[in-house]
Design a protein around this ligand. Structure first.
Ligand SMILES: C[S@@+](CC[C@H](N)C(=O)[O-])C[C@H]1O[C@@H](n2cnc3c(N)ncnc32)[C@H](O)[C@@H]1O
Length: 274
């Protein structure tokens, strides 16, 4: 299938799955390769035949849906976010929420192979907890739709490439090098619960002080689905809790219960009800 044919197929099919074509433009090759493999398995010669096949076999839409899960991540992706977490958000949560409950609850949504929740945990253990001698524990729910990624996350073994933005002292203290790979030490896996969940249908239990919803809903989902997800995220956020979205993302609408945190366009804080 040529790139042109794949684009035309994606522009036809993605909206039917509540996905947003522009979000896929740059990463389409990952999806096109999976579709081509499927055409070969089914013995279909081109995207037009696959369109026909989808019309005749409604279950095939679920398979196509699974081809659209983009799995790209790395430790300390968008360093600026981790700077703000380190200097502002986590210390604030530690002194306020931590003092009330002795725990902070965070949720990493679309956690891929664990790069995001583990970045947060390493920052907490080495950047905040060690320095402040705080007793507060950070608990993280980390969810992803892809069971293979959840397994990889639980294994906690990474290539140097996915760790290249992690500050070198964090790399030194948090990982054991094993051959070409780096193995996350067990102490940084504590209090992280990995769950296979589809954000369109399921949420982890409880409420969060901090939600990281980056490079998933507000890139790949269509506007209608983004609205639904945003409402659910707000419901789940504690008053004064923080919502962080991807560096190139925007919320679908101006939500009155959220305000931008210190003029940051991708970090929001839930207003307390008066
Ligand atoms: C592009 S990665 C982003 C990873 C990480 N949040 C980051 O910003 O580095 C998107 C992740 O969302 C997961 N995903 C896709 N659709 C999902 C869904 N409906 N529910 C939960 N996770 C999903 C994918 O499997 C993938 O791991």
């Amino acid at each position: 299938m040529s790139d042109k044919d794949c684009i035309s197929f994606l522009q036809w099919s993605l909206p039917k799955l509540h996905f947003h074509w522009p979000g896929f433009r740059k990463v389409r090759r990952q999806v096109c390769r999976r579709i081509q493999k499927r055409l070969n398995e089914l013995g279909l010669s081109d995207h037009k035949e696959y369109q026909q096949y989808l019309m005749l076999h409604p279950d095939e839409w679920n398979i196509l849906d699974s081809f659209c899960y983009i799995s790209l991540s790395r430790f300390f992706r968008d360093k600026m976010v981790y700077e703000i977490l380190n200097h502002k958000i986590l210390p604030y949560l530690a002194t306020t929420k931590g003092a009330q409950r002795n725990r902070i609850d965070a949720w990493s949504l679309g956690c891929c192979s664990g790069e995001e929740p583990y970045s947060l945990k390493i920052l907490w253990e080495l950047g905040i907890k060690d320095k402040s001698k705080s007793e507060t524990e950070l608990h993280i729910a980390a969810t992803d739709i892809n069971p293979r990624l959840i397994q990889r996350a639980q294994a906690g073994t990474y290539s140097a490439g996915s760790l290249k933005e992690l500050p070198s002292d964090f790399l030194k203290y948090a990982f054991d090098p094993t051959g070409q790979s780096f193995y996350l030490k067990d102490q940084f896996k504590k209090n992280i619960q990995f769950l296979q969940q589809d954000i369109r249908k399921q949420f982890p239990e409880g409420s969060s002080d901090l939600i990281l919803c980056r490079n998933l809903a507000f890139t790949y989902f269509d506007r209608e689905l983004q609205n639904v997800i945003l409402e659910k995220l707000i419901d789940r956020l504690h008053g004064s809790g923080f919502l962080i979205i991807g560096a190139h993302e925007k919320l679908p609408y101006t939500e009155p219960s959220l305000s931008n945190f210190e003029s940051q366009s991708i970090i929001f804080r839930k207003k307390n009800k008066t």
